[in-house]
Design a protein around this ligand. Structure first.
Ligand SMILES: [Zn+2]
Length: 248
């Protein structure tokens, strides 16, 4: 969550994290058939995503399968993409991925050049927060539980929670889907900051956990209109906004 808002930042799609993979949906369709899946295939939306490691995800919602491939694969040979697709599809449709594809994937990922690339990306992209949820004033763990119960029917997955090691100048909090963690600006962990303001920032980051497709990495914000509507469900929305906006 950014400290300063400007009106246009909330516009849908103003910041796009992933970039579409050329021919990605055809490739997934092909593999869907090759794996012997019988049912009508979903529509595949495939994009590269800057995960901090070699991770790919697939999420099927209604008729659309959202696929995120680690951008480590950016220049990988076609067979590696096919393998990644087969691995993801085999997981959700309970099929067996072809052996030759698995072998191709393994040899690509274990190649020294690939390992080096992953190591470089990982060190450039975020680290896991060290502090733990308990701050000097506020403890994020019970706060998360309460917010979860009240606004998410207790169903939201709990990522790692922690405080930034230093005070941040431009952000109140951030959810990093690659590391699966919410980091809150240490600046908020003070008696001078009312509980509702801290809760609101945490609630905002929790909405990013709930809407992973809109989730942005630290520093880049992407909020849909729907997201902004849902944000207003927070009981002390106006007060919290007022408090956070008046800050430098
Ligand atoms: Zn946000």
């Amino acid at each position: 969550m950014k400290q300063r808002r400007n009106a246009s930042a909330a516009v849908l799609g103003s910041a796009v994290m992933g970039s579409a993979v050329m021919g990605g949906s055809q490739l997934f369709l092909r593999l869907y058939t090759r794996l012997g899946c019988q049912a009508r295939p979903p529509q595949f939306v495939v994009e590269f995503y800057p995960y901090a490691n070699l991770m790919h995800t697939i999420r099927v919602k209604e008729d659309v399968a959202h696929v995120r491939l680690s951008d480590v694969l950016l220049n990988a040979p076609l067979v590696v993409f096919e393998a990644a697709a087969a691995i993801l599809l085999s997981r959700i449709y309970r099929r067996r991925a072809p052996r030759e594809l698995l072998a191709a994937y393994r040899s690509y990922t274990s190649a020294p050049a690939t390992r080096r690339r992953i190591a470089r990306l990982r060190s450039a992209r975020g680290r896991r927060v060290q502090s733990g949820p308990r701050g000097a004033i506020y403890d994020l763990a019970p706060m998360f539980t309460q917010l979860n119960r009240r606004y998410f029917a207790g169903r939201l997955h709990r990522p790692c929670l922690g405080w930034s090691s230093r005070t941040w100048r431009s952000q109140y909090g951030c959810f990093d889907p690659a590391l699966d963690q919410i980091v809150m600006n240490r600046w908020l962990d003070r008696g001078a900051v009312p509980r509702y303001a801290v809760e609101f920032v945490l609630f905002h980051e929790m909405l990013h956990v709930k809407h992973p497709l809109r989730a942005a990495r630290c520093g880049i914000e992407a909020h849909s209109l729907e997201f902004r509507q849902e944000e207003k469900r927070y009981a002390h929305y106006q007060q919290a906004r007022k408090f956070l906006d008046k800050l430098p």
